[in-house]
Design a protein around this ligand. Sequence first.
Ligand code: KG4
Ligand code: ZN
Length: 320
Amino acid sequence: MSHVVSGQQVHADHGGVVPELAGRAHQRNIAPVVDAALHEAGVSLKHIEGIAFTQGPGLPASLHVGVAFARSLALTHELPLYPVHHIQAHVLSQFIEEEAPPFPFLCTVASGGHTLLVLMRSFTDMEVIGRTLDDAAGEAFDKCARMLGLPYPGGKQLDERAKEGDPEAFPFPQAKVEGYNMSFSGLKTAVRYKIQEFGAKGDDLPTDTHRDLCASVQRAICGHLIGKVKKAIRGKGPASIGLAGGVAANSELRDSIRQLGQNHELPVRIPPFEYCTDNAAMIGVSAHFLQQEQPGTEQELVPLPRAPFPSKRKEEEKLA
Ligand code: KG4
Ligand code: ZN
């Protein structure tokens, strides 16, 4: 009924997330954001039937604020609580506005902290079939963007600069990783050496070279991800494919997934931009879908900063 997000300028000011500052910014913003969401929806707390919140994974300082706030609201208004897994919510962000795609649905989840391939057989049956072994795709975007002199988080700006560059100008090597797993940590070293070859700092590079580097970095990250998606289409035979997480806002990744869908005649699901990056609508919609299996609770829930993905099957058995 409403959708309110409070961005955190504090991260850009510090060139990255400082956990303690992120926690304090959450503390300042959470009550006004909840008020704004209720106002926009034209409802008051007495109309609310339950409180969904992010239990993890994430930064402890930030999770604590959300958990404490959700618990106090639930206690004072006698409402059930719905703990939600952050990454599972990214997968379910597909369905904030759209109907379910044909299952199994193969979802690439790429954010600043996580990169996974998830095979979804129903709203509640998800299996992780592959994941990054080191950096997340968003982290790779942000680290390379930083070397190229772009402000944090640099993924979006890199994407914009890449539009005018040549993605084949600098063919960065792609990691060779078994199965559907991925690796992005080698890329930043390759990019650092390439920048050094020009004898300049990232932001002093000639405009054309800078654009070409942005486009080539983007190609390397998207190419690696898309290669694994192609492999999973062959190996797992999904009935539909899609993207989720902050990196799903990336224009090349969106275009490549759409193209892949066309080539394989598979329906494609990609959330609108506003539901790709972190938002609370995806947390609410997850509680809605998961409540059949996980009824609301009055338990004293705590944050789970390292919560494992609620995979229905053991991924070790399934890795190709
Ligand atoms: O899901 P998200 O909002 O937060 C986490 O849970 O991490 O993802 C944030 C990540 C950042 O690394 C950001 O640079 C990346 O998503 N991102 C992008 C784009 N927009 C956001 N990466 C590439 N291209 C974009 N257009
Ligand atoms: Zn996220």
